[in-house]
Ligand binder design. Structure first.
Ligand code: GYE
Length: 318
């Protein structure tokens, strides 16, 4: 064989190989996902972010991740930048429930499917998103109240630390909680204010509650564990015993809540699972494959009273 024939043969082999590689999809285009996260306001949120980022890496999905610092304007800006970049799928956890119509319509016009994770929207046109993957926040509120009614024998002066005003978990947890305590005429919310889901605000607002109502407070219902942990510091500084003089029930079930329960300072936490990465990217891949998805995917969760904290803590992943 001449040198020329060898070179020619080699070229043919190379061309054939590249045709084979693209036919088997080894060169398949990477899926690009834009994700507009609420912020980094709580341990729950950090665990949620970690779950999304690590799952994208695992699946080789290109993730454009934006931390919106609890500002809806930032989140809308991020969504518009995803539309401009023509990502394959948009995911976001809406900071508040209202004000999304316009930007979601822009995504629809650009033919970019949207997945809501964790928090939902209040929007009549449900064709603007494919599915909502997340917890049943109303049920979480009910679970907190049911546990409390039993613990307090249907009698308590309650202060309530709300999450971010206008957000789905705040609206729904309050609704579920109030629905259940309405059955107990001697259970009353005597003060209620937002602590924006953060430890520092939770502490600040609890100080206000104590200043105004002091010893009259029997119970704190906190919309998340971080605010409850901030409030525990305020209660101790005020000279009362959290978990004893003031009974505390909160939501999320982060590790720090279990530690506080083991110390006897928190009485109960209702689970809200932030590890949504797997279900989120399952949905992304289903959309890319043209498979149908249910409009609502609900995450299963439980309730953890203080008595089980020591046994459960080692198994907690967030
Ligand atoms: O409970 C809170 C976080 O949307 C369910 O947001 C989430 C809530 C969670 O800041 O800790």
């Amino acid at each position: 064989m001449s040198k020329r024939t060898v070179v020619l043969l080699l070229l043919v082999v190379l061309v054939l190989a590249s045709v084979f590689v693209s036919a088997t999809g080894a060169e398949k285009k990477k899926i690009v996902v834009g994700f507009a996260q609420v912020g980094a306001e709580s341990a729950w949120r950090m665990a949620n972010t970690e779950s999304i980022i690590s799952e994208a890496k695992k699946r080789g999905v290109e993730l454009i991740f934006v931390d919106c610092q609890q500002l809806q304007t930032n989140q809308i800006k991020a969504l518009r930048s995803f539309i401009e970049r023509k990502v394959d799928v948009i995911g976001f956890s809406p900071i508040v429930t209202t004000g999304w119509e316009e930007v979601l319509r822009e995504a629809k016009q650009a033919n970019i499917p949207v997945i809501l994770t964790d928090r939902g929207v209040d929007c009549a046109d449900d064709s603007l998103w494919v599915t909502l993957i997340g917890s049943d926040f109303v049920e979480e509120g009910r679970r907190a109240a049911r546990w409390l009614a039993e613990k307090m024998n249907g009698k308590a002066n309650i202060v309530e630390l709300q999450g971010t005003i206008g957000s789905a978990p705040t609206i729904d947890r309050k609704k579920g909680f109030e629905e259940v305590i309405a059955n107990y005429p001697e259970m009353k919310i005597i003060m209620s204010k937002t602590g924006d889901f953060t430890r520092s605000k939770g502490k600040e607002v609890m100080e206000e509650f104590l200043k105004a109502e002091g010893d009259r407070i029997d119970v704190l219902f906190s919309h998340n564990d971080d605010m409850a942990i901030g409030a525990i510091q305020a209660i101790e500084a005020y000279g009362l015993r959290p978990g004893v003089d003031i009974i505390i029930v909160s939501v999320d079930a982060i590790r720090a809540a279990f530690e506080a329960m083991i110390e006897g300072k928190l009485n109960c936490t209702v689970e809200c699972n932030p590890l949504l990465g797997r279900q989120f990217f399952d949905a992304v891949e289903a959309i890319m494959a043209g498979e149908p998805l249910p409009k609502r995917i609900i995450v299963e969760e439980g309730v953890f009273p203080q008595e089980v904290a020591r046994d459960v803590l080692p198994t907690r992943r967030y």
